[in-house]
Ligand binder design. Structure first.
Ligand code: A3P
Length: 332
């Protein structure tokens, strides 16, 4: 904890570690864990489940658009993504001493519209996840074991995995930029936290393993960021079958373009998502190293790791991931 307190300024209330699993969360997880675990999925729900920085937002936008606006003309398409596709477990990150986001924040605005008579301090995202109309597309960074055991027998889950080194680079940037975490240590420190399984939402390997073990379940579709990047048309075709959306080739191609990195980045900006002036983000980091839409590439980790750091991550990957049969392109 001493080391954590030095390197992270975003967890003033401390952290919790769960057993079994050794999952790490901000302490506020305790206030929401039970309600999240009991969150009732519906048959028409699709959960997009990932460890942070594996391409959640991209996949969410693809899935939401395929299900709601395949002709790219849905009236809500320009609304902030999390107000139409809520992030189930975000509340434990939001509830900090300084309280809720400001009134003009798109999240709070979305909440007040959807849940006008509810108290935002009582789980803003949790209540939105309950309130949005069917068919719901819900984001979670939690692993299977921390959600209701009936999830997969009830709803569909799209699980996204990404190679560990790109996850490290992207999560490192995210944790420096996002005041929810406010990481002030070095890249070397961050890699050490990762391989020690000490980062929030980790251990990454167990997160992926829990999904991988369920890969033959008909309600689970596992997607790799690298495959989506290399051949989005093919991956959307597979999603079309899995989600039973029956879209035409022309509609799928339209969505591939609409959800490309550059188009999503430009749309977020046009919708008023000004990252240099976003309450949760550190503007200096955004200006210097990019914002949420940072690079959007596979293999960007190359050149970022010293040979020692690379060896450390390779050893961790071989011990924890290759052992259960998963292999990442551009990763190991
Ligand atoms: P980088 O930091 O490597 O650029 P998440 O949504 O799970 O937080 O993942 C964020 C990562 O996905 C970031 O990776 C971000 O740039 C990337 N990303 C977001 N939208 C994307 C898109 N449309 N195409 C490709 N990558 C995208």
């Amino acid at each position: 904890m001493e080391r954590q307190n030095q390197d992270w300024k975003g967890y003033p209330n401390g952290l919790v570690r769960l057993t079994p699993g050794r999952w790490v969360f901000p302490k506020n997880y305790k206030y929401f864990a039970d309600r999240i675990y009991k969150f009732q999925p519906r048959k028409t729900d699709v959960f997009v489940m990932t460890y942070p920085k594996c391409g959640t937002t991209w996949t969410q936008e693809i899935v939401w658009t395929m299900r709601n606006g395949p002709d790219l003309n849905h009236p809500q398409a320009m609304e902030f993504l999390l107000t139409r596709s809520p992030f189930l477990d975000m509340d434990m990150l939001l509830h900090k001493p300084k309280g809720l986001p400001p009134l003009n924040d798109p999240l709070l605005k979305g909440f007040l519209k959807l849940c006008p008579f509810k108290n935002p301090f009582n789980g803003l995202m949790l209540q939105m996840s309950e309130a949005i109309p069917d068919p719901r597309t819900i984001k979670t960074h939690l692993p299977f074991s921390l959600l209701t055991p009936s999830l997969l027998d009830t709803a569909k889950v799209v699980y996204v995995a990404r190679n560990p080194k790109d996850v490290i680079v992207s999560y490192h940037h995210h944790c420096r930029m996002n005041r929810v975490h406010d990481f002030v240590g070095s890249f070397e420190d961050f890699v050490q936290y990762f391989v020690d399984d000490d980062l929030v939402y980790g251990p990454y390997w167990l997160h992926v393993k829990e999904a991988w073990e369920k890969r033959d379940h008909p309600n689970l579709h596992i997607l790799f960021y690298e495959d989506l990047k290399a051949n989005p048309s093919e991956e959307l075709r597979k999603l079309n079958t899995f989600l039973e959306t029956n879209l035409t080739e022309a509609q799928l191609e339209g969505i591939v373009k609409y959800t490309s990195f550059n188009e999503m980045k430009a749309r977020a900006k046009a919708a008023g998502f000004n990252e240099e002036n976003f309450d949760l983000f550190n503007a200096d980091v955004v200006r210097k190293d990019g914002g949420f839409f940072r690079k959007g590439e596979s293999g960007d980790w190359k050149g970022r790791f010293t040979p020692e750091l690379e060896a450390k991550v390779d050893k961790w990957t071989q011990k924890n991931m290759t052992s259960f049969g998963i292999d990442f392109k551009y990763g190991v």
